[in-house]
Design a protein around this ligand. Structure first.
Ligand code: NAD
Ligand code: WQD
Length: 338
């Protein structure tokens, strides 16, 4: 039996495949490679010493998915595939709804036709909007999202919740990730954004490697100790291990299970910049710029449910996240391109 990993060539997916294979799980990856490279899978194979069965398939392609489910004995799905750029989603809402929601509806239908009713879904802390409580527990009410990307996560959570309620044979694990950064410590796989990075850590590493001149820090007048926004940054390997824990959780037939994956610690933008400089003995030029629309001042998790219910907690601190992010970037200044 194998775990189907959709979007397994992407940033979080590839790290999760490593941790699954290292623990003896069989996986099958599907990805349409629209935001990734097949080279990632060769790198994963080099780390784990195992072959990664790969199907170049789009989750919106029903026939392609049917073939995958017929060819392999799939017993559960970890569903990473989706578009994830917040700003792009504002410019291209139809594309985001069609890919993320349309694709997931096809996936869920093919799954049930093949009697596969165990799914782990990549959700996001974005569903909490401007959170009503800090730290954020899973009981914190969801808020209206500020962009179509966020809505796709929020709506897909609702869709899967309704499907599980209608058919209790389903086990649906909704994992709400906080801010994944870092990379595998080999420095051979990592985050590889197209164009100008939207997210903080890839921007910092691109400044460090000389691809960007200066980091703009969006806002220093927030009501936080140093005026910059606070987030819960989590090492991508810890996040990957959260999926291994969630796979074990599925064996308990939890029905619907919603869980935060974060460290529980909030760091400001300046904390991250300073930690990066210290960990790597580098200087990152930065300047303060206007606030970025849609940013919430403070967002960090209460991760105690994950510990209580899955026995999972994070291991890696901010320094390690910064060191591993830089190790990846400096060894691969152009990502997976030669
Ligand atoms: P990523 O872009 O690196 O990985 C997503 C993968 O899905 C890519 O390899 C892409 O080619 C593939 N894909 C996209 N649409 C597809 C389709 N229709 N069919 C097949 N493959 C498709 O992104 P990531 O950072 O690894 O994120 C993985 C998941 O986690 C996404 O669903 C994302 O929304 C979610 N998430 C990410 C973050 C984050 O900050 N990185 C935070 C919360 C949630
Ligand atoms: C972090 C902080 C920025 C870039 C996003 C998505 C969220 C989730 C994770 C998927 C903020 C500041 C950033 C820069 C900066 N993704 N910043 N200069 O916004 O917390 O979350 O990724 O689900 O949905 O919204 O992460 O890394 O973009 O920003 O000052 O060049 O860094 O303003 O305070 P964010 P981020």
């Amino acid at each position: 039996m194998a775990i189907l990993v959709t979007g397994g060539a992407g940033y979080i997916g590839s790290h999760t495949v490593v941790e699954l294979q290292n623990r003896g799980y069989d996986v099958v990856v599907i990805d349409n490679l629209q935001n990734s490279s097949e080279k990632v899978l060769g790198r994963v194979e080099a780390i784990t010493g195992k072959k990664v069965p790969f199907c170049l398939t789009d989750i919106r392609d029903r026939i392609g998915l049917e073939e995958v489910f017929s060819k392999y004995e799939i017993d559960s799905v970890i569903h990473f595939a989706g578009l994830k750029a917040v700003g792009e989603s504002v410019a291209k809402p139809w594309e985001y709804y069609e890919n993320n929601i349309g694709g997931t509806l096809v996936l869920l239908d093919v799954m049930r036709r093949h009697g596969v009713k165990d799914i782990i879904f990549s959700s996001s802390a974005t569903v909490y909007g401007d959170p009503l409580e800090i730290p954020i527990t899973e009981n914190c009410p969801k808020q209206p999202c500020t962009n179509p990307y966020g809505w796709t996560k929020s709506m897909l959570e609702q869709i899967m919740t309704d499907i599980q309620a209608a058919d209790p044979e389903w086990n649906v694990v909704l994992l709400r990730y906080f801010n994944p950064i870092g990379a595998h410590e080999s420095g051979t796989i990592g985050e590889n954004p197209n164009g100008i990075p939207n997210n903080l850590m890839p921007y910092i590493t691109q400044v460090a490697v000389g691809k960007r001149e200066i980091l703009n820090i969006f806002g220093n007048d927030y009501d936080t100790p140093d005026g910059t926004c606070i987030r819960d940054y989590i090492h991508v390997v810890d996040l990957a291990l959260g999926h291994v824990a969630a796979i074990k959780k599925l064996q308990e037939n939890p029905g619907l299970f919603v869980c935060n994956l974060g460290t529980g610690i909030g760091y400001s933008v300046l904390d991250v910049v300073n930690a990066f400089m210290e960990a790597n003995n580098l200087t990152i030029p930065y300047r303060f710029a206007p606030r970025r629309p849609g940013d919430v001042p403070v967002n960090y998790s209460d991760p105690s449910k994950a510990l209580r219910e899955m026995g999972w907690k994070t291991q890696f601190d901010l320094r390690k996240m910064c060191a591993d992010s830089w190790n990846w970037q400096k060894n691969n200044p152009n990502g997976y391109e030669d």
